[in-house]
Design a protein around this ligand. Structure first.
Ligand code: BES
Ligand code: MN
Ligand code: ZN
Length: 500
């Protein structure tokens, strides 16, 4: 989509659809909406007076100016209550309006920058949110459909309109950031929506290489023989039952600049989690095509890191394998030696995520990191504890606090869980150094506690459990049903504010 900024008045735009907005309860529109109302002889005021439009968040009305202004139609969207206004409301209303425009067949949109000038939201952030909301709201996964029956058109052009020239530079920066961030989240969504027969470890590694070539990242793909030479037998234990070879993507931004702070992001990349020999029940098992949501978030975040040229050395690691049952598959009771040197007793082959992360976390030490974060669709217990719209975070307190702040700003929210020593008692093994499962109590925490044994010593580390957030059952204004891309915007926000 072509995205531009115009310094002009919205009512002067010749467009398939102009998008304007109003707070709840407004009776006399001012600003851009006021100008449109004036040009239309009070048509907006009539709509408001009759109670036909109340300005509720994501409420939509369509008006036809019939020649009174050059636009073919006006899409009016509600911003909700003024005191509840936020960046997320901007993303939502932008997504809602864009979806409405597309449903009407409009291929060219001109929009006000909702909230520019309202309260304490800066115009750069407002423009960024408009672009993010529009692109993420219009996202569809249709690459596997042979015919697009329910689709009238695709939106080809989006123009942000502001009358205030002094805001132009900031808004242009916001447009660039918004486009880059949305592209990263969309990359992650595509990888997650693609089924496991397509999005294999090999496929994901190829996509990472393409991303690297296009964005200037360095990319290395570690293959199985190197994993074995290094001693990554925890990771490899998960691959034994799979037909697809394991891979580890190693993406780097600013690889040569060793003076910059180094942050390593590790993403769980189980391309399909059948449970292995500890086979999952069949109901909804298809959802486990999304068990590489952490890896997708890391690859997406690295793409954005390069696009925004963040002044950090960022490394993305994604251990990739499927988890399948087979004659060679790992069995409950098996003991394997991890890269760290710890022997691990496998209790349930369905607790595979922590096995691949363990070795990747240890491997992160090669980059002499200042911080290590992992992101994983790790435990069903996390969905029971917090639901499917919030992620859990545990580990280093400062990193945890930073993640919470990033979560507030992106609305990819995270909530802390403790890693008290006592949880370690649940991981004592009779036969090995550690077992990978701690029983039913505090399942998400004992998973995190297990992981805490593997990152390099004395490096701040945090773990984000995103189980359930990767696939949405319900369409939301800028999160259509299916893959959400959760984690990309969150990580990018964290990295953009690294020096704060
Ligand atoms: N990938 C799953 C966790 C998951 C559950 C992700 C729901 C997304 C939505 C993980 O590998 C898993 O199977 N965990 C098991 C662990 C159990 C065997 C201790 C679980 O949570 O049931
Ligand atoms: Mn599993
Ligand atoms: Zn899993």
């Amino acid at each position: 989509m072509k995205i531009e900024l115009t310094i002009s008045e919205i009512q002067q735009q010749k467009s398939a659809a102009i998008i304007i907005s109003l707070f709840e309860g407004v009776k006399e529109p001012s600003g851009a909406a006021g100008s449109v109302d004036g040009a239309l002889n009070g048509a907006l005021q009539a709509l408001l007076a009759g109670g036909d439009f109340r300005g509720k968040r994501n409420e939509v009305a369509v008006l036809y100016p019939a020649g009174a202004i050059p636009a073919q139609r006006i899409i009016l969207v509600g911003l909700g209550k003024r005191e509840k206004f936020s960046l997320d409301v901007i993303r939502q209303v932008a997504g809602t309006a864009a979806q409405k425009a597309r449903a009407l067949g409009a291929t060219q949109l001109h929009t006000v920058v909702h909230g520019a000038g309202a309260g304490d939201i800066e115009s750069q952030q407002a423009a960024e949110a408009v672009v993010e909301g529009t692109l993420l709201g219009l996202y569809r996964f249709h690459e596997l459909k042979t015919e697009l029956k329910d689709v009238r058109s695709a939106v080809e052009e989006l123009t942000l309109v502001t009358a205030d020239r002094s805001q132009a530079a900031a808004m242009r920066a916001g447009i660039h950031a918004g486009e880059s961030i949305a592209a990263g989240a969309i990359l992650a969504r595509n990888l997650i929506n693609r089924p496991a027969n397509i999005a294999t470890p090999t496929h994901i590694a190829e996509v990472a290489q393409e991303v690297a070539a296009a964005s200037g990242l360095t990319c290395c793909i570690m293959e199985q023989d190197e994993m074995a030479e290094r001693g990554m037998y925890s990771l490899l234990s998960v691959n034994r039952g799979g037909g697809e070879p394991a891979r580890m993507v190693i993406l780097e931004h600013n690889a040569a600049q060793k003076n910059l702070p180094t942050v390593v992001l590790v993403g769980k990349g189980i391309t399909f989690d059948s449970g292995g020999i500890s086979l999952k029940p069949g109901k909804e098992m298809w959802r486990m095509k999304g068990d590489m949501g952490g890896a997708a978030a890391v690859i997406g975040a690295l793409q954005v890191t390069a696009a925004l040229d963040l002044p950090l050395h960022v490394v993305g690691l994604t251990p990739l394998t499927e988890n399948m049952p087979d004659a060679f598959a790992s069995k409950p009771g098996d003991v394997v030696k991890s890269l760290k040197g710890l022997t691990i007793e496998i209790i349930n082959t369905d607790a595979e995520g922590r096995m691949v992360l363990a070795d990747a976390l240890t491997y992160s030490g090669e980059f002499q990191p200042d911080a290590v974060l992992d992101i994983a669709t790790l435990t069903g217990a996390k969905v029971i504890a917090l639901g499917a719209h919030v992620a859990a975070v545990m580990g280093d307190e400062e990193l945890t606090a930073r993640m919470r702040t990033a979560g507030k700003h992106t609305n990819e929210r995270v909530w802390p869980l403790p890693l008290f020593e006592e949880y370690g008692e649940q991981l004592k093994s009779d036969v090995a150094d550690i077992k990978h499962l701690g029983g039913r109590p505090a399942g998400s925490i004992t998973a995190g506690y297990f992981l805490s044994k593997f990152p390099p010593e004395d490096v701040p580390w945090a773990h984000i459990d995103i189980a359930g957030t990767e696939l949405s059952n319900k369409a939301r204004p800028y999160i259509p049903k299916g893959a959400t891309g959760f984690g990309v915007r969150l990580f990018v926000e964290l990295l953009r504010h690294w020096d704060d």
